[in-house]
Design a binder for this molecule. Structure first.
Ligand SMILES: Nc1ncnc2c1ncn2[C@@H]1O[C@H](COP(=O)(O)OP(=O)(O)O)[C@@H](O)[C@H]1O
Ligand SMILES: [Mg+2]
Length: 253
């Protein structure tokens, strides 16, 4: 397997708190790698470091072998690492298509600089339409985002990420706040996306995690407690003791 993203001794301190504490991890190309752990474990901070939203206090991040540690979020998005946020991050007064359009525009292919405006326009439009189709919202094309259900808004957010044509998707709790039906739909979307992308997924819903993840990392107090396949994590004594403890049945899919 080839690592598409590697992090080495990565740390992020907030004052005296090590939110991410010397984490070393490899993310294999094409895999679904879930990061789990209790609230405050440092999962979102780790994603923020990978997306460039936070600058690390120490350590390195490599994407396809190249150091991207100090790159700003726009540059990281342009390289092909897309992210969704734990809280929805859409433009509420715009339609679904317009939201995807803006996202597509934010990552105009550099080659497009040499094309005429009409061609660049067509490129953005077709990527916005494709992203809408992939996230399952073609039927909601002209619906104003704020008029949709919470679940659909989260789906739209995934669409906006797809409009930037990422290779790696960073997903921070994509199922949070969803009903069962909406969650089922998004899990099936994640499975589809997993066929052609690398997914790094933070999720609380253990059924969903064990249904889609091929690799799991358990974080506690900013550190990696264990990384392994779902079977290895289920069997891990350290994980049982430190994280799941009394609630082991949650891990049985
Ligand atoms: N911007 C910030 N400023 C200060 N502390 C933060 C900030 N972001 C996160 N933290 C702290 O870092 C720790 C890890 O938070 P977070 O990464 O959000 O955990 P998780 O996503 O696993 O719940 C928590 O103690 C949180 O309070
Ligand atoms: Mg979080």
């Amino acid at each position: 397997m080839t690592s598409i993203l590697q992090i080495k001794d990565l740390s992020k301190n907030f004052g005296g708190l090590a939110a991410v504490d010397a984490v070393t991890l490899n993310f294999e190309e094409g895999r679904v790698h879930a990061i789990i752990g209790p609230n405050g474990a440092g999962k979102t901070t780790l994603i923020n470091l990978l997306s460039g939203d936070h600058k690390p206090s120490a350590g390195r991040i490599l994407f396809k072998g190249k150091d991207i540690t100090t790159k700003p979020p726009e540059a990281i998005s342009q390289l092909g690492i897309g992210r969704s946020y734990q809280k929805t991050n859409i433009f509420p007064s715009l339609s679904c298509l317009q939201n995807c359009w803006l996202a597509a525009q934010s990552r105009l292919r550099s080659s497009m600089r040499f094309f005429r405006p009409a061609e660049a326009y067509d490129d953005v439009r077709s990527r916005a339409e494709l992203a809408l189709e992939m996230c399952g919202l073609t039927g909601r094309r002209d619906t104003i985002a704020s008029e949709m259900s919470y679940g659909e808004q989260r789906q739209l957010e995934i669409g906006m990420m797809l409009a930037t044509e990422p290779e790696v998707l960073l997903l921070d709790e994509p199922l949070a706040g969803m009903g069962t039906e909406e969650a089922t739909q998004v899990i099936s979307l994640l499975r589809t996306l997993a066929q052609s992308h690398t997914l790094i997924l933070i999720e609380h819903d253990m059924d969903a995690v064990f249904a889609v993840a091929e690799m799991l990392t358990v974080m506690v107090n900013g550190q990696v407690l264990e990384t392994g396949t779902p079977d290895q994590i289920r069997a891990s004594k350290a994980v049982r003791e430190a994280y799941l403890g009394e609630d082991m049945e949650e891990m049985t899919p």
